[in-house]
Design a protein around this ligand. Structure first.
Ligand SMILES: Nc1ncnc2c1ncn2[C@@H]1O[C@H](COP(=O)(O)OP(=O)(O)O)[C@@H](O)[C@H]1O
Ligand SMILES: [Mg+2]
Length: 282
């Protein structure tokens, strides 16, 4: 893909935290990637730096973490130069993040309608009635039944799967160009997981968006994504087409594929992998 076509263009991204002895600890170690109008997966075991990579793209790395990069471009703009206010505007409009568990992302004291609407209040000049119309339409688009009733419900009245759909509606209502989804389905049971991913993929395609999907579920990635980047200890160690995951030659990718979650282990963290496999590599 030509560089101009990429929505996100990341070069030399590093994330550091101060270590105990004062030396910084680097947890993302200079990674390069682009995301265009396509579905890109970022996979890797727990602790490899996936979430911090996502957070760096949204200006959400927690204090005292430090983000360094040669460049971090989004639609031609340099994100590293944004002010706190500009980051906030960007997050609400052009770049959205869906997280694992709606319990932590939906505000329990705010009705569903108001929550989905919040982005419109903050970032558009739409009037009350137009906003409501748009919210109802979006709730319907993410497959939620009876949007009018739902509009006045509270998050605790929803099932996990419904909560996740509400979150997705809130993230998509302003037509972002890129959606970053960090393990968006790992709190859901297996039947809902597929439904939810199919929904995300369908909306991403329909709207011509880019998707960066963080997941440790390799079969799902193989099924739904175009490209895969494999992260290990803060670095991208392998890249391939999603359809080639099953036959990947890199030992780490192969190990990940072989310890993919089954119905039995689903929902548990991916086990830490046998490092000798990698360290024996020439
Ligand atoms: N706030 C923080 N302070 C210090 N270290 C952190 C912080 N958040 C994450 N880390 C460390 O950064 C590494 C990568 O974390 P993360 O990006 O969350 O991994 P992943 O999403 O791949 O499981 C982990 O080793 C974790 O311990
Ligand atoms: Mg994570």
């Amino acid at each position: 893909m030509a560089l101009n076509d990429s929505l996100l263009d990341v070069r030399g991204l590093r994330v550091r935290f101060p270590g105990r002895d004062g030396e910084p600890v680097e947890v993302v170690k200079g990674i390069d990637f682009t995301v265009g109008t396509e579905k890109v997966a970022l996979v890797g075991e727990s602790g490899s730096g996936k979430s911090l990579t996502a957070r760096a793209l949204l200006g959400l790395v927690p204090h005292p973490g430090q983000v360094i990069a040669e460049h971090l471009r989004f639609g031609g703009n340099e994100l590293l130069r944004l002010s706190a206010r500009q980051w906030q505007a960007l997050r609400g409009t052009r770049l959205s993040l869906v997280l694992q568990d709606p319990k932590y992302s939906l505000n329990p004291v705010l009705k569903v309608g108001a929550q989905v609407e919040e982005v419109l209040v903050l970032h558009t000049r739409l009037g009350r009635r137009e906003r409501r119309e748009k919210v109802l339409h979006m709730l319907d688009a993410v497959g939620l039944p009876n949007p009018t009733a739902l509009y006045n419900s509270y998050p605790h009245q929803l099932s996990g799967g419904m909560g996740q759909r509400v979150m997705l509606a809130a993230m998509l209502i302003n037509d972002p160009r890129v959606l970053i989804a960090d393990e968006p389905t790992s709190a859901l049971d297996s039947s809902l997981r597929d439904q939810m991913l199919e929904l995300i993929m369908g909306l991403v395609e329909q709207r011509g968006m880019g998707l960066l999907l963080i997941s440790h579920d390799l079969p799902l990635v193989a099924k739904y994504c175009d490209r895969v980047m494999v992260m290990y200890r803060g670095q991208i160690v392998d890249r391939c087409q999603a359809t080639d995951l099953a036959t990947a030659s890199h030992p780490y990718t192969r190990t990940l594929w072989n310890c993919r979650p089954s119905a039995l282990t689903y929902g548990q963290a991916l086990p830490t992998l046998d490092r000798s496999v990698l360290e024996e590599r020439p």
